[in-house]
Design a protein around this ligand. Structure first.
Ligand code: ADP
Ligand code: ZN
Length: 309
């Protein structure tokens, strides 16, 4: 556990709380926006009761002093985002032991009496990229993908996140799978060789017998990875007609994937969609997150700001 204090909280004001609740760690932030992070802490995800109590302990002084206006909670999923549902703010069916059907926000609301907004982590990251990055606001619909331990997407349309039935699960779309070229059966417990089954960090690790971050640049893994990501993006372009796609998550820290993905996406679309962006400006169409690894945390702060009143 580590704490950093980058400045003293002002005695009055509109501080915002953000929680990025992941399957392995929680990150809690007090901030007013990307340029003013007041305090930050991170701790491992253990049991729901212990982990949420740690978050409550971190924010308590800021609530007691009257400085914290609201909290945004960006949770790992799947989650219930239906505000009319009795289990709104719950994690639903996760295989993570002890976490299925657990209430993420009830105790925070009860203890603090301030607004607490709730979102899926990847949705919050999409919101963060949209909300804090003026250039991204010019590209609506905006789609944000994380390609890391899992694969997920958040979709901003007309300035709002798409929820629909529950929330998009674009990590589980099906892709053409050439079994001769890639005999790997995939790691998704539900679908085997869906996008997530074929292209997450853990699937690369299992297929190649070593962590993705240790694979050399000239390893065939990267060409195959770019192929799956570009196939997925082809489906996304054809269904959602996004004006920009942001690709984040651990695997996308391999910057050499970007030109490969752009080139393959253009090849798969084959000139069918007559948009100058797709035909000549692919470099500004498929982009890394402007907020780096902070999209989710700053997305949680954006959620807080939206409910701060
Ligand atoms: P999470 O999805 O758990 O929030 P990440 O987005 O960092 O976390 O994803 C972790 C996965 O990404 C791991 O499977 C890891 O092997 C892979 N990964 C992390 N960093 C890199 C990197 N620099 N290059 C390639 N793969 C990476
Ligand atoms: Zn799947």
């Amino acid at each position: 556990m580590s704490d950093t204090q980058s400045s003293t909280p002002p005695s009055t004001g509109r501080l915002l709380g953000g929680i990025e609740g992941g399957g392995t760690k929680f990150v809690c932030v007090v901030a007013t926006g990307p340029d003013h992070i007041v305090a930050e802490t991170r701790f491992p995800t253990t049991t729901p009761a212990e982990t949420l109590d740690q978050a409550i302990a971190f924010f308590a002084p800021y609530v007691k002093s009257g400085d914290l206006a609201s909290i945004g909670f960006a949770s790992f999923g799947p989650v219930d985002l239906d505000s009319a549902s009795p289990t709104f703010g719950y994690i639903t069916t996760t295989p993570k032991p002890g976490w299925a059907h657990s209430d993420m926000i009830g105790k925070l609301r009860q203890e603090f009496g301030i607004p607490v907004a709730f979102e899926l982590d990847v949705n919050a990251a999409a919101l963060g990229e949209y909300y804090w990055v003026p250039e991204n606001r010019q590209h609506d619909p905006l789609v944000y993908f994380t390609i890391g331990t899992g694969i997920g997407a958040g979709v901003m349309v007309n300035g709002k996140l798409v929820h629909g039935l529950a929330h998009p699960e674009a990590g589980h779309i099906r892709l053409p799978h050439d079994w001769q070229k890639d005999p790997f059966k995939g790691v998704c417990p539900y679908h085997g060789d869906c996008f997530e089954g074929l292209a997450t960090g853990p699937s690369m690790n299992t297929r190649w017998g070593q962590p993705a971050e240790t694979l050399p640049l000239d390893h065939p893994a990267w060409e195959l990875e770019a192929t799956y990501i570009a196939l997925a993006m082809t489906n996304v372009v054809c269904t959602l007609s996004p004006k920009r796609i942001v690709l984040g998550g651990g695997v996308m820290q391999q910057m050499h994937l970007f030109p490969l993905i752009r080139q393959k996406l253009a090849q798969y679309l084959n000139g069918y969609i007559q948009s100058p962006v797709l035909l000549t400006q692919m470099d500004s169409y498929i982009v890394p997150p402007a907020l780096g690894t902070r999209s989710g945390g700053l997305g949680a702060i954006a959620l807080a700001q939206q409910v701060a009143g």
